[in-house]
Design a protein around this ligand. Structure first.
Ligand SMILES: N[C@@H](CCC(=O)N[C@@H](CS)C(=O)NCC(=O)O)C(=O)O
Length: 204
């Protein structure tokens, strides 16, 4: 199995989840800047959408879209409890979070990374993200993870998108519950390993 990723991008979420799962995989870098692999292959020939993440199964079948990829991985290893069983209310809570993180947080950050975006527009996106993170912070006031006691694939995704805030001037310092959550998730061995593999941290 292969995961196509770009360092520090949203593909870090399935990278973490693959390491949490214990499944064998190869991480293949597909830079979001050049859209080329290290050997020069045009990434659009692999994923016509041009973006990461993309998971290539051993059968050769390819799956895109982060929320779909992380659920597929979780469902291969139900004993790891990375996602609640399909059909349960808890599973819909997971999908609810994945959709929120994807559409309200992840895509709220995207304009802040867009070259040429006017400062006035960026200020509006930062303010909207602040509102959305306030919702996340309140949800983490008591439970250690988004779904309660168990770490899930939604926590990996939230960790990754939250890590972008400091690079684009989104101030999360007022969210104490979120800060503790990020510390907790950031200390997980799989998270450390994925970040080291992507060159985001050193040592260990
Ligand atoms: N809807 C996609 C969005 C993925 C996405 O936004 N990927 C970004 C990195 S975080 C990317 O590869 N951007 C480069 C590009 O769009 O060409 C998903 O949820 O997987």
């Amino acid at each position: 199995m292969k995961l196509y990723y770009s360092p520090g991008a949203c593909s870090l979420s399935p990278h973490i989840v693959l390491l949490e799962s214990g499944l064998a995989f190869q991480a293949v870098m597909a830079s979001t800047k050049t859209h080329r692999l290290a050997d020069g292959t045009d990434y659009y020939t692999i994923n016509p959408k041009g973006y990461v993440p993309l998971l290539e199964l051993d059968s050769g079948e390819r799956l895109s879209e982060g929320p779909a990829i992380v659920q597929w991985i979780a469902d291969q290893v139900p004993e790891k409890k990375l996602a609640p069983p399909a059909g349960t209310m808890a599973r819909y809570r997971l999908v609810e979070w994945l959709n929120f993180i994807s559409t309200e947080l992840h895509k709220g950050f995207s304009p802040l990374f867009t070259p040429g975006m006017p400062e006035e527009a960026k200020a509006l996106f930062r303010s909207k993200l602040g509102d959305r993170f306030a919702h996340v912070d309140a949800a983490l006031a008591e439970p250690p993870y988004l779904l309660g006691e168990d770490f899930s694939v939604a926590d990996a995704y939230l960790f990754v998108v939250s890590s972008w805030a400091k690079h684009v001037g989104v101030d999360l310092s007022r969210f104490a519950h979120l800060a503790r959550f990020l510390e907790r998730v950031g200390a997980r061995p799989a998270v450390q390993q994925a970040m080291r593999a992507e060159g985001l941290i050193r040592g260990g």
